[in-house]
Design a protein around this ligand. Structure first.
Ligand code: NAD
Ligand code: 13P
Length: 349
């Protein structure tokens, strides 16, 4: 009989897509129970509970419309109930909500369970900057892996070929996570660099905001490529600084690194709303409310978190692009000031 069970915590655009993949994969994995619980932050959609819609129509009509979820994926509104008995916990909610969710489920999680974070974000605390795997590990006391890649959820739900990167130190755990996620159209590569994978995923969202500014200004491909290049190097510089140079350089060449910067700077929500920011002059939070139908942005929040860290440590001058993006988002500087001071020497990084 199966001894393992998966719970997906989060049912947004990516959470629903991940549940669709996992729900199909567990059906051919004898160790895993067929039932996959997906925790849904409950809301009413056209007067009906979203959990009820998912459990009857097998579709997340709000966050992943047009794609059927496997019948063995069950929506649960109570996070504690969803996670009870799970051996494999997939955490995939916008990063600003993770602390509240962890406080809710603490004490309910099986001490022998494992988690994986699909979240792209970081947190600032009194100790400095913390990654999502570190926060989850501290709250739940279980091993936590990371998954990040050039993974626009809608394209994956359409089963268009792409790659992703799993960061996991333990080889047996990595094999289990791979078996849950890998498909012919979603190719998993595992590395041991857990934190490197997640820093890439979080920091590229700031670069995507910059790319959106370039689009909003009506500038061209060359300009955007310059922002991508400099952004990529600032990502690497900051990730190396934060990790005490523990990150493998090779991680930046995985799907979670270079490839994710490219896809997000061309096709992501952060890019799209940053373009609107320039064109309309509205705040990011307002555009998020008006244009995303409940979906959430991570990039402008991460820009704020990054700036608060680099400014408090006196190292902002080494990150002119991140600094400019922050000041354009929050301090009313003109988007054209994105180019100020970008002639940085990265040759010794
Ligand atoms: P989303 O932006 O599509 O949806 C927002 C989700 O947050 C909804 O499920 C909503 O119910 C939930 N929510 C709203 N208020 C909440 C609250 N107070 N507490 C808890 N949940 C609340 O979500 P997503 O795209 O699945 O994003 C989750 C994470 O995955 C993010 O870190 C994102 O960067 C990352 N990610 C997204 C994609 C993508 O293409 N969508 C791809 C890779 C990674
Ligand atoms: P956005 O949140 O900007 O849509 O990016 C999605 C993503 O992380 C693609 O890998």
């Amino acid at each position: 009989p199966p001894t393992k069970r998966v719970c997906v915590l989060g049912s947004g655009n990516w959470g629903s897509t991940a549940a669709r993949i996992i729900g199909n994969n567990v059906l051919r994995l004898p160790d895993f129970d067929d039932r996959v619980n997906i925790w849904v932050y409950e809301e009413l959609v056209n007067g009906r509970k979203l959990t009820e819609i998912i459990n009857t129509q097998h579709e997340n009509v709000k966050y992943l419309p047009g794609h059927r979820l496997p019948d063995n994926v069950t929506a649960v509104a109570d996070a504690r109930e969803a996670v009870r008995g799970a051996t494999h916990i997939v955490v995939v909610i916008p990063h600003q909500f993770v602390q509240d969710l962890l406080a809710t489920i603490r004490g309910t999680v099986d001490p022998g369970a494992r988690a994986i974070s699909l979240i792209k974000g970081i947190a600032i605390s009194s100790e400095g900057m913390t990654t999502m795997t570190q926060i989850i590990h501290r709250a739940l006391g279980i091993p936590v892996a990371s998954l990040s890649g050039a993974n626009i959820a809608d394209e994956i739900a359409e089963e268009k070929y792409c790659e992703t990167t799993i960061g996991c130190r333990d080889a047996a755990d990595a094999a289990a996570w791979r078996s849950l996620f890998d498909t012919s159209y979603f190719q998993v590569n595992c590395v041991a660099d857990v934190v490197g994978v997640e820093f890439c995923g979080a920091l590229k969202n700031v670069v995507a905001v910059g790319a959106g500014f370039i689009d909003g200004l009506g500038l061209g491909n060359n300009t955007k490529a310059a922002i991508i290049r400099i952004g990529f190097l600032e990502m690497r510089r900051l990730a190396m600084h934060l990790s005490g140079a523990q990150i493998q350089d090779a991680t930046f060449m995985e799907s979670c690194g270079m490839a994710d910067v490219i896809t997000t700077c061309y096709g992501g929500r952060n890019r799209r709303l940053a373009e609107e920011f320039v064109k309309t002059g509205k705040r990011m939070s307002q555009l998020e409310q008006e244009l995303l139908n409940g979906q959430k942005l991570q990039g402008y929040l991460t820009a704020g978190e990054v700036y608060s860290y680099i400014e408090s440590r006196g190292i902002a001058e080494h990150f002119p692009l991140f600094t400019n993006i922050y000041q354009i988002c929050y301090q009313g500087r003109h988007p054209r000031s994105i180019f100020d001071g970008l002639n940085v020497d990265f040759s010794r990084d």
